[in-house]
Design a protein. Structure first.
Lengths: 336, 336
DNA sequence: GTGAAAGCGCTAACAT
DNA sequence: ATGTTAGCGCTTTCAC
């Protein structure tokens, strides 16, 4: 019963005679032996590990995506190293460094910045990489995305169509691609609206897509002149914060202020009022990204692929669309 | 410029002469060298990795805890292997196995089952372990917890004090300790209520603490006879599902049915109606657990410690406490 | 202050 | 079918 045989029992059981195999298994059990992935990795070059770098795991949008990815990766024997960057490029860099030192077998990443060169370099150094909710642009990278330009257009277009002329857009830094895209979509809707009326879109940039920042932004928003009659938020966390602040300030939604979110997280439909939002297939996004990653990591002759989903506007009470005669700016009306 | 010197430059820079050091650093930069954690680990025995095993990362309660833990562990150079068990004991076992093979330097875990022997064995084999939101019972383990018995008592007691006599309790499997404890607290409140009136507590067990399961449970709840006038839920995900179903079924909350949740997640206050819930310090729980882990992993002579937080009832509209003359069972009344 | 060499636990190629 | 051995990339004595 030698070292090599033990290894074979673990990795190629069929090559070892049954009696020996059992003797080995019994010994493993008796001694409480647990193989070392590190040593395995050193020899074979696979760490059975995938890095997942995202903006914030406490954001339900990302958490759902992670669940989608975890489901497929777990079944393939991988474990996830989850890294929240909090939208900090330094933190992202540090994490990428650490993940590379760990020799992750793959990387799922929602990059903080617009510029993908660092990520592309990593991929170039041989780490299979899939962009999460972010397309590769000119870089040759796999990605699983939702059309954010279209999503932004849906959200803003909805508000313009309801007759709002002064819309505020609580958006994250435009260094974040999703934010830039949603803004572009919103501006597209704006241009269209302008053909009929003097519409305006006032962007308020916050530095994180969080509930906190949404609360702060809403306060600022109320002191704008003229006060906008509608807000569009770059995600539901921000929208939640905005709703909180408006509620505290006694501003009626949607009558004094219409609100639209983005992501359609699980609680959006049960907010007070129910939040109109742009739905993204979160779980599927993660699952597809993981599958692309496996393809790239295992497949021999891999071609980069991008999967793109279509966003969908889910209209609920917060935008006021359910009222007859959709609301005009600053004209509070009695609750039905 | 030999191998050993390179190692020294990376780990004990001060021991290498400046010119050599710079030469080495330049070479590292030029060749794009990235050290291998696996090899390091094989030699030194540290993986710079912490396993985090929890029921569901998509549950904001756990996601917040992870953020708390990540904050302190990241600063200490660790990366988190996040594992959602989905309350499946087999999945937990598989993950624990994998984490042990990875030789994680520590383990934060919310175990699925009541029985902690397997976890205690792991800890006994030398993996520093801290229980997350779960106390060690007779096992010698560090833990960061909230008093769930007290929490359950607060939630149920609140409903009984409002005059409800038939309360339903949508709870997870009592193999999950938190669920068992919350139930015990609820029963304590029940016994107290019984001294004044013929109160009842009807438990409905669901097999996951999810929005889905909450929706299903609420439907069953409506066909109970006599129909309860209040529901207490084991967490806010369930409560969210219950609210969704009740809303669809046209049952007014809190007038026809009062609802209480547990966790007080970020969106609880903005639900329609705002959810009465038991607040737990989620972020702090994760942060403290991580600190206990570091203590145990780094400190020489470690004594096991348990940190216990007190839960806090946050009363909002969903329980109907804000109405004058709190509701009695099955007596719908006009919305004020 | 620097270099040479042993060994961490494993696997794959080879020898028996 | 089983045993033997070299070497993955690193750290850490120990000589120089």
């Amino acid at each position: 019963m030698s070292l090599g045989t033990v290894s074979n029992v673990l990795n190629n059981p069929e090559v070892v005679a049954l009696p020996t195999r059992q003797r080995v298994l019994e010994a493993i059990d008796r001694t409480g032996f647990v193989r070392s992935t590190a040593a395995h990795q050193l020899r074979v070059g696979k760490s059975r590990t995938v890095g997942v770098v995202l903006l914030d795991i406490a954001n339900p949008f990302f958490a759902e995506m992670v669940r989608g990815a975890e489901g497929v990766l777990r079944d393939n024997g991988y474990v996830l190293m989850v890294c929240s960057t909090d939208e900090s490029i330094e933190r992202e860099r540090r994490y990428l460094r650490v993940l590379e030192e760990h020799r992750v077998d793959g990387l799922l990443i929602t990059p903080v910045e617009h510029d993908l060169r660092e990520v592309a370099e990593l991929a170039g150094r041989g780490i299979p990489t899939v962009l999460l909710d972010r397309d590769g642009g000119e870089q040759e990278l796999c990605s699983a995305t939702v059309d954010d330009i279209r999503g932004g257009e849906l959200a803003a277009g909805h508000l313009f169509e309801l007759g709002h002329q002064a819309i505020a857009f609580v958006n994250g830094p435009s260094s974040i691609r999703q934010c830039a895209d949603r803004r572009e979509g919103a501006q597209r809707a704006l241009r269209r609206a302008r053909r009929r009326s003097p519409a305006t879109l006032r962007e308020m940039t916050v530095n994180a897509l969080s509930v906190d920042q949404g609360e702060k932004a809403a306060i600022g928003l109320l002191s704008l002149t003229p006060r906008p009659s509608a807000v569009m938020c770059a995600n539901d966390q921000l929208a939640l914060g905005v709703l909180k602040s408006l509620s505290e300030a006694g501003v009626a939604v949607p009558d004094e202020m219409a609100v639209v979110g983005y992501d359609d997280v699980s609680f959006a439909s049960m907010l007070s009022p129910a939040l109109t939002s742009v739905r993204q297939p979160k779980y599927e996004l993660g699952a597809i990204a993981a599958e692309l990653l496996l393809e790239e990591a295992l497949g021999s002759n891999h071609k980069h692929r991008s999967v793109r989903f279509e966003p969908e506007l889910v209209v609920r009470a917060s935008s006021g669309a359910t009222r007859r005669g959709a609301g005009r700016a600053g004209q509070p009306r009695p609750v039905p």
